[in-house]
Structures are given as structure tokens and as C-alpha cells.
Design a protein. Structure first.
Lengths: 323, 252, 840
């Protein structure tokens, strides 16, 4: 019996959102193939995950059990996928486009000697699979045909809306114990380090609160500092502000300063000159706060608040505290 | 220590990427070329490790003749030598690329301790070349690395996760696929840029072995809504909406 | 101020929010326009044009007075906005030839009123401690130079204009609507704005916008390479954006400009890289900005080496990397000057294009003056957009000239230097004949005109004695010059000469209102008998010169205006723009259909009488009249006048019969030894001896007819442009008067005879530059040898205390002072003061 096999991640019994998205696409594929949807889970810490998987239409669950798999070991997971493929011959293996998803699927592809399509947003079964996938961080879409046995697909994060199956069915759990070599366990997490966000360099900060000429003077950076601290982030500045002497050059974000790649860049009173935007284009999200709705940064960013940063920033700080 | 940094020549693009009329590739008429940001960091990491531990850095790329520019840039940034696998203008899939790189590494008869890759290339984003090369060479591989420390015969590599990092310790030689942020790549000095141009590159003619098919049909520039910023509100009243967004992004 | 809503109509729409668009908006608002829309395709404050990547330094001293004054005025404006840092600037010389050029810089600095001095390498090092003095031979220090922030200045200008201005960024112009020859509306992706007046300030996109209205703005995008290197540890000890002078390394065509801890290295050394506007990336596609494509690295190699060699201490800092590198795109025009003013053919449409940040605030101001009152304080004639009208707007021409001119940006450009590309372009009916006689062609307004004829070389021997002391031994002085010009001149004075096609602009005006119209346009009385000619100034409202030209009355409702070829385009625009809406006046441009042959000299009448069917006697054809004549079967029209001070005629004939006209006259003149002579005689030697003024040299907006000595018309009853100011100028004492001077001693300290070429400062006995009470400095407006009077002649405006015949002064030339004497105050000719020859 052929199947579509999904790799999923969960934490404390809850599926990761990206795994829900991957499952949604995998189910669509299984429906197209008229094949059952199977899932494999490695974290063997909670019974609950079976119910949630069932609600996403998974009918076969492979719980991986192995006494040496107490920690994340990507090669061991790839070896497991390889063995499951050998055993069940799935049409496709689908994983979330997460760090671990890619880490495991890439290795599995190498072991299996099959192609992999990363960051898919749509897959159509037919003569092989026709996939639509992201390139350039989603700035381009690639339409391609993948012809693997199986086809390995990762699903772009937050592109496919997670949807439970219309009719929740039954799920059969299987225990699966892979055969693992020492080499499969060579790479694995040794320990987890808690992050110490204090004094994070701009380049590494997950949150950067930037201030430009609109801040108006060195003292008003306090408001930005406060918000940055609350979010475990760091303060940056535009070249204009540095040239005014309000902030040291080390704080400068831009072409001749730091190139940042935080999860969110909160740009306050920054117009968005080209030279500045080059420094923050690595930011996953830009939230601009500016009085001018036409400022370049308002066009370039993901989110915008039109208003005076001197009022808006303290309001956000307060809302977080209250939250 | 011998370090290898593998890089890929990619167009330097803006927000919108122009396509050729046949939709098979990017129209690079007016675009410059660079390497993926992750790979810039890979080169920098190699150079820094060699600065700390001694040895030399080799930059390697597979691509058209013009990719020699990117090797010269890597040399200007501190790499000691450059290897060009002359692959012509066509795009190579990760399987063939990894095979060619693995072949080249063997052919070079150099014992690389550290094989650095970008986690994924900026243009095709396949996430595969590093792991596939590791598989070919049968060496350990870590991906998504944002911190690397090399000690005697092994490497401690860290991958960022929410609230901290996962720490991996692997014996060398190893493949390490790095992410932007692991370091701040230096800007090449004028002198090193001039010197780099005078350096001889090692040129190799790789054999292309394609795996099972992956066939591009066409590329497409997705519709973008002009002025994409979502306005969350005006003035301080927007604060709650901002908090929601920060929660969605996952920084709260 | 910023608004997503575009108004449906506006008084003035400015397309392009770079520095010059902002400046124009601000100054228009200041001058009372309250209904302005400023739009740009890109975002603000940096919409993506050249303003966003300029290196932002201003070196005020240039050989062009217009450009120097515009830069000075811009510095004042930046400074007033607190956007100027006075860093000083130094041009360094690596070669002896450049040292001479730097001396000429000092000369120009003095002439235009800027600080400027020559430095030894050691003195350069005091200002720029990191320079390699082994490489340089001298420096020119421009104390007034500095840097600015044009993006911020633009913001300030928009803020100041706030009450009168709607700013609309991210607004793309899709079309310009033209109705009945006038601009009607600007159609954008945010709606259509009806407008009375539209100014195109879109930089290198200007041609594209102009094409929407069917007109040409001749410029091309070209690459200027720029890198930024840092952080440089040497600069870390200093605060602020710039602490050392900007250095221009002239001989490598590069500059080094400190900026914070970085050094910006810019180059014009590389091969010219020209772009087509359609190749330029859109804002969305550009990684940096549309005008900042990636550096073409191979073209920059030599520049990298040269700059490292000049400033090893800072550029070879091991920690300093190349942080930024671009092929910056900027606008280059066929002659390097901006493109300003009302565009021919579409009323209400203006060009404010090809402007550098160093001139932009002043140009915005000057064009605003031009738009609101018809003339600007700083004369912009050399930048008039219409100077290429009808000949120099093709893509190929613009590219060829831009390619050639690129090397002149930092080059040593001789004042008479000729263009090599796209020639010949405009040739008259006489061209082939002239070419057969080995003419040395110079170009004016696109026309090929002989400067002298190699076939006349024998005249140098003939006049051997007369030419003694007037021959130029120095290479620079004699570049683009020949002693044959002097021989041709003397031959004309003794016998007869023919001058084929002066490249005139010829405009016929017809219609029932033409008499009133013409009267209004010019100073001289034009309500004259049919057949009369009038030489007259054309004035702006301030009484300054717009042009000087000849008006001939051909019929009761028919006038012909003949003007200089170089100003034909701008003059036509001036006349065309002043035809009233209800006025019955039609302009017919005959410049391309009529050729002109001048026949002058004592034997001119004998020669012409042999071939003309009409009576050419003094009585039948008096001076300053015009008649139709038939010459050897060619139907022609002739005016009896002369710009060279001789008896003779200008004969106008259909272009197609020009060659026949030439042949007929040449054959008839054979027994009188008629010689074709060049523009060297017509434009310089002849007129200098006669004290005739030349527009753009003696005549410009800053001086009045009274000062130029051209008030012989008096003040007529009828109203005319500039009448009030003109009448006032006649009443008042002149602050300066145009004089003719002669050089007393040509011998330099090296023992070489030197000859001034024009634009040199005039000094008093103490060696101080002479300045009149209005602050205008005395300089040589024209220089040329007068072979008949046996002297090298200079024209200059002098204040009353110096404007005395016989008075001794000095002129500075290439770093030395030469004694000169005032020969004539006013317009009295030095040669034949009573004009007996013309009237003979």
C-alpha cells in the first residue's frame, strides 16, 4: 500500500504550527493520490499528539522508539526515514520547512539518492509531482516537476494555512524501531544553552529598535531603549542620527554600519533612505513608526503605525507591560 | 587547519526580481552578482578560524566562468586560494553539485578539516548541498550554525532556537552549514582587492551526474501588493495591534 | 504636506523631487506661486535619482563664470539651511601641464570672485597630511569649497514651501497632455493633474518624460564610479562628517572625499559607460537604487591603484574595507552644461535637467525667477535647453558627444577646443567649396564654419612685416589658432574677402500685428521704411541683454531677424514665447533654408557689380538697407552692413543655389584676388578692431546697454521689453563701462610672448582685481589680435575710476601680470572710428 508520509514536530503534545501546515499540504496530496496519510514522530513524550494528528487526517502514525534516540540527532532521523521508505514505499515524504525539517529531509534525500523540493507552497500529483516552490525568500516562485521515488518535499513556513480534516477519522499507531549505526548518532544535541540576551550585538539581535532623525535628540533614545529591553533586543540608529552625534557609530544600521537580520526591526522616525534599507533588508519583519505615511520605510516594511514615535513607542511599551 | 568555503554566484537583486521572457531564468542584464549572505559568512568564518588556528582557506565554487569574480572577492576577503569548477551557464541541481564538489575535494588531495557551506543559497534555496557533500564524503554535518568554535580535532557548533541554542559537538573533518549572523563579514580592503585579481585560480572540469529528475517548468514573480506595509493604526491607539503582531512574530 | 490625494489641478507641476526639483518648488513658493505640486516616481527623501548618491561636495571655482556663480549661490543657500560644511578643496597637479592649468584656475578664481591660491606640495600636505607629496607638483586651494547634505536640504526646502506645495512621492507620470501647443495636464498613476506649467526635473529620466510631450531633452545617463572605504583609523581622532579638504586628483580624473571615518573615492577616469534610460532598473528591482548599479570592477582597477598611491596612509589602512561601490548614474549632456528653460514647441513646459548638486539650489532659484518674471539674476544662457534645438537632440549625437565630453570633466579644456565626434553635422551650401580650399572647420550651433583656410597660408608671408610681434610662440596660446587668420584679415582690409555662411539664425515674422510685436521686442525703432535694417539689443525686463541682432523690414507686415548661430535656439524660444495669444504673428524659421555669403573689403562693390543685375552703387544701395538682388542668376536678398568694418553685403540665397552663388562671386572676384576668409576674422579680429560686442561675452544679463555702450537708439516712445530699466540705466551713471584695452608688453618672466585668450582678471596698478560698485569684477570678456592696429586687444567692463583712455592697468595670465592700456572707453571703433569704410 502506498502512502504519503509526513514528518512532524511537536512540543509537549502540541503540533508545531509549521507541522500543521505541512500536514495540511500532505493531506491534500494524499487526497489527490487517494492514498493514506501517515506521520512519523520522534519525540515520544506525549500521548496526546495522536489525537491532533488524527484531526489532520493522519491514519497511520509511526512512533519512533529507540533507546539511543533521547536527543535530537538528525542523521538518526534521516536513517529512520530511509528505513520507513524502504519498508512502506511512500509516494512522497513531506516535512515542515523548519530548521529541523530541512536538516532531516536534506540528509534523507542524500541517503535515498532522490531529489528534494524545498519550501513548496502547492503540489499537484500527476506525472510525478508538479510543485510550486519558493525561491529568493518567496520573491520568486518556481514551477517544477519532481520525479522521485519518493518525492521529498518541505512546505514553506506560514504559506499554507493549517486546516484540520473535514471528517476526523481513525488513526492506527505503530511503533517503529530503526536500526542505527554509531555514525548515525555522531551528530546530536549535546546541550541546550539558554540565551543571554543582555548586550546582544546588533547583528545577532532578534529584535532591533532603530531610531532616526525623527527621534530628535539623544535623550529620547531612552524610550527606544526601554522597548528594546522589554523585547530582549538592542537599539540601532540611522546614519543621520549618528551624524548628529546622538548615538555612537557602533549603533549605525546601514550600508556603512551593521547589517542586521532580526525577527523584527522596529524603525522609529526613520525615513528609509536606500543606504539604511540595505542594512536592514535582512530583517524578517519591519515595523515602521513614522509621522509621514509616504516615507519610504512605510512602503518597504511589513507593518506600519502612522504617528509620532514619542507617543507610539511608550504606548507599545505600556501595552506589553500590561499584556 | 585547512578550511574550505563553498560559495555560489547569485544575482544581487532588489525587492522585485526581473525574469527573462521565457520565464526560465532571472534577467540579469542590469544586475550585479554576489554570493549568498550565508556564504559570505562561511568565507569569513573559514578565514577567522584559520587566523586563530593557522592553516589556509580555500574558496570553491561551481558555476560559469564569471563566477571567478566571486572567488576573487573571497580571496580579497582573506581566502588563500580559489577553485573554480567550470560548470557553464546552466543551473546544476544539488545532487550534481554536491557530487562534483565531493569529487573535486578528493581530486584536490587536500585534507580539509572544516568544510563550510551556506545553509541554503539565496537564489534556489535547496538546503541540500552541504548535507549531500557530507553524505558523499561520509563526514558529519551540522546545519543552521550561528556559532562555531574549533578545538583540537573537533568543533562545537550552535544552532539558534527560541530562547537559546542547541549545542553540537562533532569531530573533524565535518561539514558546517552556517547562517548569516555567525560573524560580520569583513569588507575587502582596496589593496587586497587588487592583489586578489592577480591570484591564479585552480580550474577544474567537473563531471555532471544528475540524479532522478527535477525539471523546472518556469519561474514566476508573485503578485505583490504595492506598498505592502499593513497599517496597524494611527498614534498610540495602535499599541494593542502592535503587541498582537509582536506576538505573532514570536518575539513576545 | 505629503498626501495620497493628488489635486485635480495645479498652477505648476514639478516632476522630480531630487535636489533641483525641491529647490525649484521652494523658490517658486517664495516668489509667490501658491499652487505647486511636486511629484516623484520614487519615495522620499531619496527617490532614487542621482541626488541620492552624489558625493556632495562643492568646488566653486570653474572657468565658466555662470557655473562658478551658480555654485557660489548654492553654497550660500546650503549654508543658510545649515547644510554646508566648509572643508575647503584642493586640486592637485601631477604634471607640469596641469600646474599651468591650476594657474589658470587661480586666474578664474580671481575673475569670478572666489578665493583661490596655488600651493606647493608641502603646503598641500599641511592641509592633507595623508597625501603622497612625491606624486604632486602643486595644488590649487579653493578655500570656499565644502560639502552639503542635499537630501536633507531637499526636506527643508519642502518644509519651507509647505503652505504652497503638495508633495506626492510614489507617483509615476504616465503621460503629458498637450493641447494647442501648450501643456495641459500631467497624467499619473494616481490621477491626472491639470497644469498651466510643468517643469521636468527628473534627472536622467527627463528625456523620457519630455518625449511624452513630443519634445527632446538631450542628455544621457552615464556612469560615475564611486567607492567608499572605511573605517579609517586616522579619521577616528576627528569629530564630524568632514575635517580635511576634498582632494581632486585632476590628472587621474579622480577625487578623494573624507566622510566620517570613510574616504569616498570617485572617478571619471574609466572609459565612458553610457546607459540607455530604458535599461535602468525600476525602484523595485534595484538592490540599492535605480541609479546605483553595481561597480564595473575592471573599469575601476586603475583608479584603485592611483588613489592608493596618492593616499596610502589612509586608503591602505589594513582595517579599512570597500564598504560601498557603485557605478553611479548621472546625466551627461552633449556639452556638459545643464539643460534649463522653456522647451521649444510646447508652451508652459520647462526643463530643469542635468543639474549637479553643487548648482542645484541656485538653479532652482534662477529658473524660478525665469518662470515668474522672465529673467534670472544669474545669466543662464550657456545652459539654455534650446541650444541644441533642431540639430543636437538625436540619441546618437547625444551619446557621441557625451562619450567625448566625459573625458573633459576633469580635463584641461582649451577655451577654443573643438568637438571631434558627430561631425560634420550641419553643412551649408558652401561646405564642399570650403573643404576643397582646406578650410579648418570650427563648429557653432552644429554648423561647420571655416575658422581659417590653409589655402591662404601665403598671406602670412605677404604680411610678414605687419605680423611681427603678433605671432604666438606658446603652444597653449596658439592652440586652435593660426596666424593665417591675421593674414586673411589684412588681405580683406586691403582687397576683398568672402565669408561663407556664418550659421545665422534667420527668422521671418509675418502677420497683421507684426509691426507692433517687433516694436515691443527690441530696443531699436523698427517702425522703419521697408528695406531698412536695424541692429538692436534685445533686453530682459531688468535691462540686461537677452540677445543682440539685426532686424530688417522686408514689407509692411514682414520682418526678418538675423541672429548668431549659437543663440539661434534660445532666441527663437524667446521670440516665440512672446507672441501674444491674440496676436496675428507667425514665425518662420529659415535658418536651414537660406545660406549667407558675406562679401567685404574695399573692392567688394566692384566684385559684386560684375555679377549683380542691380545697381550696387552707394546711392542705389545705401548702407544699413536691404534689397532683393540677382547675382549670376541666383535670386537673393542682401543687406549692406558689416561686422568687420568694411564696405560690403551679406547676401542671402536659397540653400540649394548657394554653391552657384559662391562660384559666381569667386569667379568675379578673381581679378581682385578675392579670398574666402574664416570666422577667425569675422568673429574676432575684425570685430575687436571695430569694438563690436558679442553676445555671451560682452553682452549678458548682468550688464545694461548703457554699460555696453549700445544706447545709440536712445529711448523710443513705443513700449518694449526692458524699457524702464533701460531708460533708467541711461539716466544713471554707469557702474562700469565696456572698454577696449591693448596689451603693452607680452613678454613673460620666461621671456616668451604670451597672448591672453579671454576671461582673465583685470588688475589695478597694485595688482588687485578691479571691482565695480555693484560688486562685479573686471575681466576680459573677449580677447583677440587686431592686425591692422598692430595690437592684441582685450575688452573689459571697467568702473569709472579706471575707465579713462590712456589709463594703465594689468591683466593676470597664467600666474603673471602684464601691463595693459585703456585704448577706448565705450563703443568707438579703434579702427576707422568714423566708419568711413562701411559708408564708402
Amino acid at each position: 500500500m502506498t502512502m504519503v508520509l509526513a514528518l512532524v514536530e511537536h512540543e509537549e503534545g502540541r503540533l508545531a504550527e509549521t507541522s500543521q501546515q505541512a500536514l495540511t499540504l500532505a493531506r491534500d496530496l494524499a487526497d489527490q493520490e487517494d492514498a493514506p496519510l501517515a506521520a512519523v514522530v520522534f519525540e515520544d513524550d506525549d500521548e496526546q499528539v495522536g489525537f491532533e494528528l488524527a484531526s489532520y487526517g493522519v491514519t497511520e502514525l509511526y512512533r519512533v522508539e529507540h533507546d539511543r534516540l533521547d536527543r535530537y540527532a538528525p542523521d538518526a532521523r534521516a536513517a529512520t526515514v530511509h528505513q520507513l521508505v524502504d519498508e512502506h514505499d511512500p509516494e512522497a515524504v513531506v516535512a515542515p520547512g523548519s530548521d529541523r525539517g530541512h536538516d532531516v529531509l536534506g540528509r534523507a534525500a542524500a541517503r535515498l539518492g532522490v531529489p528534494m523540493a524545498a519550501n513548496c507552497v502547492e503540489v499537484t500529483a500527476g506525472d510525478g509531482y508538479e510543485v510550486t516552490r519558493h525561491r529568493w525568500g518567496g520573491s520568486l516562485l518556481e514551477h517544477a516537476r519532481i520525479d522521485g521515488s519518493p518525492a521529498l518535499l518541505s512546505v514553506a513556513q506560514h504559506e499554507v494555512a493549517a486546516e484540520e480534516a473535514e471528517d476526523g477519522g481513525s488513526l492506527t499507531e505503530h511503533s517503529f524501531t530503526p536500526t542505527l549505526a554509531d555514525s548515525d548518532l555522531l551528530v546530536g544535541i549535546d546541550r541546550i544553552e539558554e540565551s543571554d540576551e543582555e548586550g546582544v550585538p546588533l547583528e545577532e539581535a532578534r529584535v532591533v529598535v532603530g531610531g532616526g532623525r525623527g527621534v530628535g535628540g539623544p535623550e529620547d533614545y531612552d524610550k527606544l531603549e526601554e522597548l528594546a529591553d522589554l523585547l530582549g533586543g538592542t537599539v540601532g540608529a540611522s546614519r543621520a542620527a549618528v551624524n548628529e552625534g546622538w548615538r555612537p557609530h557602533d549603533d549605525q544600521v546601514g550600508l556603512t554600519g551593521a547589517k542586521i537580520s532580526p525577527d523584527v526591526y522596529i524603525a522609529c522616525g526613520i525615513s528609509g533612505a536606500v543606504q539604511h534599507m540595505v542594512g536592514c533588508k535582512g530583517a524578517k519583519n519591519i515595523l515602521a513608526i513614522n509621522t509621514d505615511p509616504e516615507a519610504a520605510i512605510m512602503e518597504n516594511g511589513e507593518y506600519a503605525v502612522v504617528g509620532d514615535l514619542h507617543e507610539v513607542v511608550p504606548a507599545i511599551t505600556e501595552a506589553i507591560r500590561e499584556g | 587547519m585547512e578550511a574550505l568555503a563553498c560559495i555560489k554566484r547569485v544575482p544581487d537583486t532588489g525587492a522585485k526580481i526581473p525574469l527573462t521572457d521565457d520565464q526560465q531564468s532571472i534577467d540579469t542584464t542590469t544586475l550585479g552578482f554576489t554570493v549568498s549572505p550565508h556564504e559570505e559568512c562561511a568565507v569569513e568564518e573559514a578565514v577567522q578560524q584559520v587566523e586563530t588556528h593557522g592553516g589556509s582557506t580555500t574558496a570553491l565554487t561551481l558555476g560559469p566562468e564569471e563566477a571567478s569574480e566571486q572567488l576573487y572577492t573571497a580571496i580579497a576577503r582573506g581566502a588563500d586560494e580559489g577553485v573554480l569548477l567550470e560548470a557553464g551557464d546552466e543551473e546544476w541541481r544539488p545532487t550534481a553539485t554536491a557530487r562534483a564538489i565531493a569529487d573535486a575535494i578528493e581530486e584536490l588531495e587536500r585534507k580539509f578539516d572544516l568544510l563550510l557551506f551556506g545553509n541554503e543559497s539565496a537564489d534556489t534555496e535547496n538546503y541540500q548541498v552541504g548535507p549531500r557533500v557530507a553524505n558523499e564524503l561520509d563526514v558529519p554535518c551540522v546545519t543552521g550554525i550561528k556559532d562555531l568554535e574549533v578545538t583540537d580535532g573537533s568543533a562545537v557548533a550552535k544552532r539558534e532556537v527560541t530562547g537559546g541554542s542547541e549545542v553540537y559537538e562533532v569531530p573533524l573533518p565535518a561539514v558546517v552549514a552556517v547562517k548569516e549572523g555567525i560573524n560580520s563579514p569583513r569588507y575587502p580592503s582596496m589593496r587586497s582587492r587588487m592583489r586578489a585579481k592577480r591570484q591564479e585560480l585552480t580550474r577544474m572540469d567537473p563531471e555532471r551526474v544528475d540524479g532522478p529528475t527535477f525539471e523546472r517548468i518556469r519561474l514566476e514573480a508573485p503578485e505583490t501588493d504595492e506598498g505592502a506595509a499593513e497599517v496597524l493604526g494611527e498614534g498610540p491607539e495602535a499599541a494593542p495591534a502592535v503587541v498582537d503582531v509582536l506576538e505573532d512574530i514570536g518575539v513576545l | 504636506m505629503s498626501s495620497r490625494e493628488l489635486p485635480s489641478s495645479a498652477g505648476t507641476v514639478i516632476i522630480g523631487a531630487g535636489i533641483v526639483g525641491n529647490s525649484l518648488a521652494y523658490h517658486l513658493a517664495r516668489m509667490g506661486r501658491d499652487d505647486i505640486v511636486l511629484m516623484d516616481k520614487g519615495p522620499l527623501p531619496d527617490p532614487g535619482g542621482s541626488t541620492g548618491h552624489a558625493s556632495n561636495f562643492l568646488m566653486p571655482v570653474e572657468h565658466s563664470k555662470e557655473m562658478t556663480h551658480l555654485t557660489r549661490r548654492s553654497i550660500e543657500q546650503y549654508d543658510e539651511m545649515d547644510m554646508f560644511t566648509n572643508s575647503g578643496g584642493i586640486e592637485v597637479a601631477r604634471t607640469e601641464e596641469r600646474v599651468e592649468e591650476l594657474k589658470r584656475r587661480v586666474q578664474s578664481a580671481k575673475a569670478w570672485g572666489e578665493a583661490g591660491e596655488l600651493l606647493t606640495p608641502e603646503e598641500v600636505e599641511e592641509h592633507v597630511p595623508y597625501i603622497n607629496t612625491d606624486l604632486i607638483k602643486a595644488g590649487f586651494y579653493s578655500e570656499g569649497a565644502g560639502t552639503c547634505d542635499p537630501l536633507r536640504a531637499g526636506e527643508i526646502m519642502r518644509e519651507r514651501a509647505e503652505d504652497s506645495l503638495t508633495v506626492s512621492p510614489n507617483t509615476e507620470v504616465l503621460d503629458l497632455h498637450v493641447e494647442d501647443g501648450s501643456i495641459a495636464a500631467v497624467e499619473t498613476d494616481r490621477g491626472t493633474v491639470e497644469a498651466d506649467e510643468v517643469a521636468i526635473a527628473a534627472g536622467l529620466w527627463s528625456p523620457k518624460i519630455a518625449a511624452m510631450a513630443g519634445v527632446d531633452i538631450p542628455l544621457t545617463p552615464a556612469v560615475h564610479q564611486l567607492i567608499s572605504v572605511g573605517p579609517i583609523s586616522f579619521f577616528e581622532q576627528f569629530e564630524g562628517e568632514i575635517n580635511h579638504p576634498v582632494v581632486r586628483d585632476m590628472d587621474t580624473q579622480m577625487y578623494e572625499r573624507p566622510s566620517g571615518n570613510d574616504m569616498e573615492v570617485g572617478s571619471y577616469q574609466h572609459r565612458p559607460i553610457l546607459w540607455d534610460v530604458d535599461e535602468i532598473m525600476s525602484i523595485d528591482e534595484a538592490p540599492l537604487s535605480p541609479t546605483q548599479p553595481p561597480l564595473t570592477e575592471d573599469a575601476f582597477q586603475k583608479s584603485m591603484e592611483d588613489s592608493l598611491e596618492l593616499m596610502p596612509e589612509v586608503l591602505d589602512d589594513p582595517d579599512a574595507g570597500i564598504r560601498y561601490e557603485i557605478d553611479g548614474l548621472l546625466s551627461v549632456t552633449p556639452d556638459g552644461a545643464p539643460l534649463l528653460g522653456p522647451l521649444q514647441d510646447v508652451e508652459g513646459l520647462w526643463s530643469v535637467s542635468a543639474v549637479w548638486i553643487k548648482e542645484a539650489p541656485a538653479i532652482g532659484e534662477a529658473v524660478a525667477q525665469w518662470m515668474t518674471r522672465g529673467w534670472s539674476d544669474i545669466d543662464l544662457h550657456a545652459s539654455n535647453v534650446n541650444r541644441f534645438y533642431e540639430y543636437g537632440t538625436s540619441r546618437k549625437f547625444v551619446k557621441n558627444r557625451a562619450h567625448e565630453g566625459y573625458q573633459k570633466i576633469y580635463g584641461i579644456v582649451h577655451p577654443s577646443e573643438q568637438w571631434q565626434s558627430s561631425r560634420p553635422l550641419r553643412t551649408s551650401a558652401f561646405y564642399n567649396r570650403q573643404d576643397e580650399l582646406d578650410a579648418r572647420f570650427f563648429e557653432a550651433g552644429g554648423w561647420e564654419r571655416p575658422q581659417w583656410f590653409w589655402s591662404n597660408e601665403d598671406l602670412v608671408r605677404t604680411y610678414n612685416e605687419e605680423l611681427e610681434g603678433l605671432l604666438r610662440a606658446n603652444e597653449w596660446d596658439s592652440r586652435w589658432w593660426s596666424p593665417i587668420i591675421l593674414g586673411e584679415h589684412l588681405h580683406m582690409r586691403d582687397h576683398v574677402a568672402m565669408i561663407g555662411d556664418m550659421g545665422f539664425g534667420i527668422f521671418d515674422f509675418v502677420g497683421s500685428d507684426v509691426a507692433d510685436y517687433m516694436e515691443r521686442m527690441v530696443v531699436g525703432r523698427t517702425d522703419v521704411d521697408v528695406g531698412k535694417t536695424v541692429y538692436t539689443p534685445v533686453l530682459a525686463d531688468n535691462g540686461g541683454f537677452v540677445s543682440d541682432l539685426t532686424v530688417a523690414r522686408l514689407g509692411p507686415e514682414h520682418y526678418r531677424v538675423v541672429t548668431g548661430g549659437a543663440v539661434a535656439g534660445s532666441d527663437r524660444a524667446w521670440f516665440e514665447g512672446r507672441i501674444g495669444d491674440d496676436e496675428e504673428v507667425t514665425l518662420v524659421d529659415r535658418s536651414e533654408s537660406l545660406c549667407t555669403l558675406g562679401v567685404w573689403g574695399p573692392d567688394a562693390r566692384e566684385v559684386l557689380q560684375e555679377v549683380a543685375e542691380e545697381d550696387m552703387s552707394h546711392e542705389a544701395f545705401p548702407p544699413y538697407t536691404a534689397q532683393e538682388i540677382t547675382v549670376g542668376g541666383v535670386d537673393a536678398w542682401a543687406m549692406r552692413l558689416s561686422y568687420v568694418g568694411e564696405l560690403g553685403w551679406e547676401i542671402y540665397a536659397p540653400m540649394g543655389q548657394g554653391q552657384r552663388l559662391w562660384d559666381v562671386v569667386a569667379e568675379a572676384g578673381e581679378e581682385y584676388d578675392i579670398r574666402p576668409v574664416g570666422m577667425g576674422v569675422y568673429g574676432t579680429t575684425g570685430r575687436m578692431e571695430k569694438g563690436y560686442r558679442l553676445f555671451g561675452h560682452e553682452l549678458e544679463l548682468e550688464y545694461t546697454p548703457a554699460e555696453a555702450g549700445l544706447t545709440f537708439h536712445g529711448v523710443k516712445d513705443a513700449d518694449f521689453n526692458g524699457k524702464e530699466a533701460y531708460a533708467r540705466a541711461i539716466e544713471e551713471d554707469n557702474a562700469a563701462t565696456l572698454c577696449t584695452l591693448s596689451v603693452d608688453d607680452h613678454v613673460s618672466s620666461e621671456g616668451e610672448r604670451r597672448f591672453m585668450l579671454g576671461n582673465e582678471p583685470i588688475l589695478d596698478g597694485e595688482g588687485e582685481v578691479i571691482v565695480d560698485e555693484e560688486g562685479r569684477r573686471s575681466y576680459v570678456t573677449s580677447a583677440g589680435t587686431g592686425p591692422t592696429v598692430g595690437k592684441h586687444l582685450l575688452m573689459a567692463y571697467l568702473p569709472p575710476e579706471h575707465a579713462e583712455e590712456g589709463h594703465s592697468l594689468q591683466v593676470e595670465y597664467m600666474g603673471e601680470h602684464y601691463p595693459v592700456t585703456v585704448e577706448v572707453v565705450g563703443s568707438r571703433p579703434l579702427f576707422d572710428p568714423k566708419n568711413e569704410r562701411i559708408r564708402s
